[in-house]
Design a protein around this ligand. Structure first.
Ligand code: NAP
Length: 259
């Protein structure tokens, strides 16, 4: 018996970089990576203490973490963040890109600014993040990147006027597959997780709150996901457990896209 199956999920001595780590899905995944043994650079633009909370939780599980305030639309800031991660924690091997925003407006009324701001964060921000991360990982000849897309990149959410968001997430899925193929021979895997409706601060925005019951009813599992339920899929995709997976979009949606 040569394969030690539980060890496939062990992230000891791995260095991770998580964007959107000050809230919601990114925060919970950052902690999950640390619980599996990784030291984690936590990146977010929030200044409300979210990153400090993440660092506190990671310290409690005995791993190292650093907080870096950065905007993912700023390529230079991301390059600096990766350099700081490597200087303070070690060679980068894992990245999870969860920073993103959501909002809604009927397509015929949406301003150019609303469209562009969301695209800049959700698409360009993921691209710049992957670029900065891959430039480090390519030097090491090894790395695993997971981008948080959405089931909205696969289906159109009934009752939500968010054409720009849905397009950005479809873009993240296909952009990730494209980068996966560019780097497939050089040791870097790129995959996406596409969550269904998940209980995070993003879903407390005004246009969502009154629809939550409806969204739960539309979901085959009849409930929203908790952020905890994004951790296992993330650990799988960044760890050696998924060493033959690249260019995959893993739907974590309570069955939503089956109906
Ligand atoms: P969240 O709680 O709002 O967390 C997102 C974090 O990213 C926030 O701290 C946010 O800061 C940060 N962020 C936003 N723009 C940024 C930027 N330009 N630079 C750096 N950080 C930035 O939302 P979440 O629900 O965890 O969402 C995480 C990811 O999952 C997003 O990509 C989202 O589209 C995706 N997703 C969420 C759901 C869901 O139901 N919640 C479903 C499918 C996919 P601010 O608070 O300042 O914006």
């Amino acid at each position: 018996m040569s394969l030690n199956a539980p060890a496939l999920f062990d992230l000891s001595e791995r260095i991770a970089f998580v964007t959107g780590a000050g809230s919601g899905i990114g925060q919970r995944i950052a902690l999950g990576l640390a619980q599996c043994g990784a030291d984690v650079a936590c990146i977010d633009r929030r200044t409300d203490g979210g990153l400090e909370d993440t660092l506190g939780m990671i310290a409690q599980v005995g791993r190292k973490a650093i907080a870096i305030g950065a905007d993912v639309t700023d390529r230079a800031a991301l390059e600096t963040a990766v350099a700081r991660t490597e200087a303070e924690l070690g060679p980068l091997g894992i990245a999870v890109n969860a920073a993103g925003i959501a909002n809604a407006n009927p397509a015929e009324e949406m301003s150019a600014e609303q469209y562009q701001t969301l695209m800049d964060i959700n698409m360009k921000g993921v691209f710049f993040s992957c670029q900065a991360q891959a430039n480090a990982m390519l030097k090491h000849g090894k790395g695993a990147i997971v981008n948080i897309a959405s089931m909205s990149g696969v289906i159109v959410n009934r009752g939500l006027s968010q054409a720009h968001y849905n397009a950005s997430k479809a873009g993240v899925i296909h952009m990730s597959k494209s980068m996966a193929m560019e780097w497939v021979g050089r040791g870097i895997r790129v995959n996406t997780i596409s969550p269904g409706y998940t209980a995070t601060p993003m879903n407390t925005r005004p246009e969502m709150v009154h629809q939550i019951k409806e969204f739960e009813q539309q979901t085959p599992m009849q409930r929203m996901a908790s952020v905890d339920e994004m951790v296992g899929p993330a650990i799988f995709l960044v760890s050696d457990a998924s060493s033959y997976c690249t260019g995959v979009d893993l739907l974590v949606d309570g069955g939503f896209c089956c109906w």
